[in-house]
Design a protein around this ligand. Structure first.
Ligand SMILES: [Zn+2]
Length: 112
Protein backbone atom coordinates (compact mmCIF):
# COMPACT_ATOMS: atom_id res chain seq x y z
CA UNK A 1 0.00 0.00 0.00
CA UNK A 2 1.36 3.41 -0.97
CA UNK A 3 1.28 6.23 1.50
CA UNK A 4 2.29 9.76 0.73
CA UNK A 5 4.66 11.20 3.29
CA UNK A 6 2.03 13.73 4.34
CA UNK A 7 -0.36 10.86 5.13
CA UNK A 8 1.81 9.05 7.68
CA UNK A 9 -0.17 7.81 10.65
CA UNK A 10 0.62 6.51 14.10
CA UNK A 11 0.44 2.70 13.83
CA UNK A 12 -0.95 2.51 17.37
CA UNK A 13 -3.74 5.10 17.61
CA UNK A 14 -4.17 5.82 13.90
CA UNK A 15 -3.85 9.59 14.19
CA UNK A 16 -2.37 11.28 11.12
CA UNK A 17 0.95 13.10 11.32
CA UNK A 18 -0.89 16.43 11.15
CA UNK A 19 -2.76 15.74 14.43
CA UNK A 20 0.17 14.76 16.63
CA UNK A 21 3.12 16.65 18.05
CA UNK A 22 5.70 14.16 16.90
CA UNK A 23 5.65 10.97 14.90
CA UNK A 24 8.55 8.55 15.21
CA UNK A 25 9.19 6.06 12.43
CA UNK A 26 10.49 2.52 12.61
CA UNK A 27 10.51 -0.20 9.96
CA UNK A 28 6.91 -0.12 8.63
CA UNK A 29 5.55 1.38 11.86
CA UNK A 30 5.12 4.84 13.29
CA UNK A 31 4.32 5.96 16.81
CA UNK A 32 3.15 9.36 17.99
CA UNK A 33 4.25 11.23 21.10
CA UNK A 34 0.97 10.39 22.91
CA UNK A 35 1.43 6.65 22.37
CA UNK A 36 5.08 6.87 23.45
CA UNK A 37 3.71 8.41 26.66
CA UNK A 38 1.33 5.48 27.11
CA UNK A 39 4.20 3.01 26.57
CA UNK A 40 6.36 4.82 29.09
CA UNK A 41 3.58 4.67 31.69
CA UNK A 42 3.26 0.93 31.16
CA UNK A 43 7.02 0.52 31.54
CA UNK A 44 6.99 2.64 34.70
CA UNK A 45 4.11 0.66 36.16
CA UNK A 46 5.79 -2.67 35.40
CA UNK A 47 8.52 -3.81 37.80
CA UNK A 48 12.03 -3.94 36.32
CA UNK A 49 12.27 -7.69 36.47
CA UNK A 50 8.78 -8.83 35.71
CA UNK A 51 7.92 -11.59 38.18
CA UNK A 52 4.33 -12.02 36.99
CA UNK A 53 1.12 -10.20 37.81
CA UNK A 54 0.74 -12.14 41.08
CA UNK A 55 3.97 -10.59 42.38
CA UNK A 56 2.63 -7.04 41.93
CA UNK A 57 1.03 -5.15 44.80
CA UNK A 58 -2.62 -4.03 44.61
CA UNK A 59 -1.41 -0.45 44.03
CA UNK A 60 0.92 -1.51 41.22
CA UNK A 61 -1.84 -3.46 39.50
CA UNK A 62 -4.30 -0.58 39.92
CA UNK A 63 -1.73 1.87 38.52
CA UNK A 64 -1.22 -0.42 35.53
CA UNK A 65 -4.93 -0.52 34.61
CA UNK A 66 -5.24 2.89 33.00
CA UNK A 67 -2.22 2.67 30.66
CA UNK A 68 -3.13 -0.92 29.76
CA UNK A 69 -6.66 0.18 28.93
CA UNK A 70 -5.32 3.11 26.87
CA UNK A 71 -3.28 0.63 24.84
CA UNK A 72 -6.38 -1.50 24.23
CA UNK A 73 -8.34 1.59 23.17
CA UNK A 74 -5.53 2.70 20.81
CA UNK A 75 -5.34 -0.74 19.24
CA UNK A 76 -9.12 -0.87 18.92
CA UNK A 77 -9.15 2.50 17.14
CA UNK A 78 -6.55 1.24 14.64
CA UNK A 79 -8.75 -1.81 13.97
CA UNK A 80 -11.80 0.43 13.54
CA UNK A 81 -9.93 2.66 11.06
CA UNK A 82 -8.88 -0.39 9.05
CA UNK A 83 -12.47 -1.70 8.94
CA UNK A 84 -13.85 1.76 8.07
CA UNK A 85 -11.36 2.01 5.20
CA UNK A 86 -12.40 -1.41 3.89
CA UNK A 87 -16.10 -0.50 4.15
CA UNK A 88 -15.49 2.74 2.20
CA UNK A 89 -13.97 0.55 -0.51
CA UNK A 90 -17.17 -1.47 -0.61
CA UNK A 91 -15.74 -4.59 1.06
CA UNK A 92 -18.57 -6.73 2.50
CA UNK A 93 -19.10 -7.45 6.19
CA UNK A 94 -18.86 -11.14 5.28
CA UNK A 95 -15.32 -10.64 3.90
CA UNK A 96 -14.27 -8.53 6.91
CA UNK A 97 -15.73 -11.11 9.29
CA UNK A 98 -13.96 -13.93 7.46
CA UNK A 99 -10.63 -12.05 7.70
CA UNK A 100 -11.15 -11.60 11.45
CA UNK A 101 -12.32 -15.18 11.96
CA UNK A 102 -15.76 -14.06 13.14
CA UNK A 103 -19.21 -14.13 11.57
CA UNK A 104 -20.55 -11.43 9.25
CA UNK A 105 -23.09 -10.54 11.96
CA UNK A 106 -20.43 -10.31 14.67
CA UNK A 107 -18.25 -8.08 12.46
CA UNK A 108 -21.19 -5.78 11.76
CA UNK A 109 -22.20 -5.56 15.43
CA UNK A 110 -18.65 -4.78 16.50
CA UNK A 111 -17.59 -2.24 13.89
CA UNK A 112 -20.63 -0.61 12.26
ZN1 LIG B 1 -0.40 7.33 18.48
Amino acid sequence: MFKRRSQLRCSFCGKPESQVEKLLGGPKVHICDACVGVCNKILEATPQTFAGWEAMSDEQLLDALRPANATVEATRSVLQIQVDTLRKRGISWAAIGAALGISRQAAWERFS
